[in-house]
Write a protein that binds this ligand. Sequence first.
Ligand SMILES: [Zn+2]
Length: 202
Amino acid sequence: MTDIETVLRRHARWLEKRLREYERARRQLLADDGTPRTLYRGQWIPIHLASQTNTCRLERGTLQVPIQGDPRSLLRDWYRSQARKELGAMSSLLAAEMGVRYQRLQIRLQRTRWGSYSVRGTLSLNWRLLMAPPEVSRYVVVHELAHARHMNHSSSFWRTVQRFCPEYRQHIDWLRENRLLLEALSSFSHLTSGSRKDSAPR
Ligand SMILES: [Zn+2]
């Protein structure tokens, strides 16, 4: 085999792996009956487009989304404000437990990061974390707050993380394995494809 062939084969394997991951993520967006669904704190919940509501509401295990307006941006706003409440509460508890401080909390949609901590003390968290199981989002908060002590990924940094989150390796794996899924879910483009399916000619 020539060098170029070796390189190309390696790339092909990488690409196949990514395609399989993407396909797996795509299949999970709709329930077996075709209902679009989402993850909320690690649980699958169906999304119902409802005409009798004007705000997004989590009710009896389904997420009710107003049909009027743009359901996708309503959902993103809902996740963002829930993230502010729930991850905000988690962050202030953890900061107290870890004996560190942050100045303010920012909830954002970072494409490639789950969170960050700036020298000015701004804790930024990705609202997609609200889709992950609580212990996974808790790990990210512990990780970012540990940066209040160590602005690096030194072994003392990881010791701090481990002290407050002994299972952190497992949570890192979860984030790695489900990154594409959360990315696909949070665009909410499966909402329109799901509803269009009903009106498709048979
Ligand atoms: Zn870090």
